[in-house]
Design a protein. Sequence first.
Length: 134
Amino acid sequence: VGAHPIIEAEYLTSALTTNQHIVAGLSAIAEATDQAASEYVGVRFGVAIEKNLTAGADVTARASANQRRALLQQKLGRITTPIHTGAQLWDVISVTNRGFSPTLADVNRRIASIRFEYDARSARYRSVFALTNV
C-alpha cells in the first residue's frame, strides 16, 4: 500500500486481562495459556463452561479461540496519518516510527478501528487507526 508518515502516535503496553483460558465441556476440559504473559504478570484466569461441547478437540479449539479473542481485544494504541482510503478493518500494517522509539521499528499491528478527522487548521482530513495484535 505504501508508506504513510505518522502525524501523531500513542503506543500502549498492557497485559492481557486474561492469559489462561480454561474451557469445560460436557466430558472434557482444555486450556490455552499465553506463557510469556503468565510469567510476566502472573496467571489471570478466564473460565467458560460450554455444555454443548463434548469432544476434546472442540473444547481445545474453544479455549484457543478464547485466547485469540483476548489477544485481539488488547489495545496497543493508535496512529494518525494523512488520509488513507485504502486501509480496511483488520488489515495488518507495519508500523515504523524510528524517530519515536527504536523498538517500534517495523512492528506489525492489526487495524481494529478507523476514524477520519478533519483538521480545520490545515483544511485536511486525517486517518486515525486504533491498533491491536496481529
